[in-house]
Design a protein. Structure first.
Lengths: 119, 113
């Protein structure tokens, strides 16, 4: 089956620093990737939609200058949390849709998430 | 605004019994629904999906039922096993270019040995 890999699986950083999270589709090409954020015991909240070769589309309330998204190839999207603060600590999860698939009958494939802790 | 929600936050079942997890949605424009399972510290894992032109779909030990009249979605797990213990999310997708997936609140399934 389609595999989405996220790296790192966890990261601890100091307040004010930036952290980059990678999302890779290992055995398929992904024209669209989605970035979610999940707080403990809560649901997944969509942050942004990343399209290969174009700018990401951010959800309302998500700061695009703080959460930089790059989708330079069909197998890699990155999320950079800039000037991280303790309130950015969360579980970040990416998902991908296979290139050429119809949105009607293709479930998203999710990575295993990245636990970010900002001290 | 419209949202996807679940009726119960937790569900405890005896091993071997059948589990039924319910979900309500309010957006009549949604045409595709998915159930995901999330284990602690991991990303969501696809379980089963259903399109709005269907009312039932079966997989291995799982069945999804869709009632568009009352905007209700359910996941039935037969012969629940300890490995089924996890948080379950229903998700809906609206027709459109990006077809964003909206997740419900999630319900914890706990299987008693």
């Amino acid at each position: 089956g389609a595999v989405v890999s996220q790296h790192p699986s966890w990261v601890i950083c100091k307040s004010g620093t930036s952290v980059k999270i990678e999302c890779r589709s290992l055995d398929f090409q992904a024209t669209t990737m989605f970035w979610y954020r999940q707080f403990p015991k809560q649901s997944l909240m969509l942050m942004a939609t990343s399209n290969e070769g174009s700018k990401a589309t951010y959800e309302q309330g998500v700061e695009k200058d703080k959460f930089l998204i790059n989708h330079a190839s069909l197998t890699l999207s990155t999320l950079t949390v800039t000037s991280a603060h303790p309130e950015d600590s969360s579980f970040y999860i990416c998902s991908a849709r296979e290139a050429g698939s119809s949105s009607y009958n293709s479930p998203l494939h999710f990575g295993n998430g990245t636990r970010l802790t900002v001290t | 605004g419209e949202s996807v929600g679940l009726h119960l936050p937790t569900l405890s079942v005896q091993e071997g019994d059948n589990s039924i997890i319910n979900c309500a949605y309010s957006n009549s424009a949604s045409d595709y629904f998915i159930w995901y399972k999330q284990e602690s510290g991991k990303g969501p894992q696809f379980i089963i999906d259903i399109r709005s032109n269907m009312d039932k779909r079966q997989g291995q030990r799982v069945t999804v039922l869709l009632n568009k009249t009352v905007k209700h979605l359910s996941l039935q797990i037969a012969a629940t096993q300890p490995g089924d213990s996890a948080v379950y999310f229903c998700a809906e997708r609206f027709t459109g270019a990006n077809s964003k997936l909206t997740f419900g609140k999630g319900i914890t399934l706990s299987v008693r040995p």
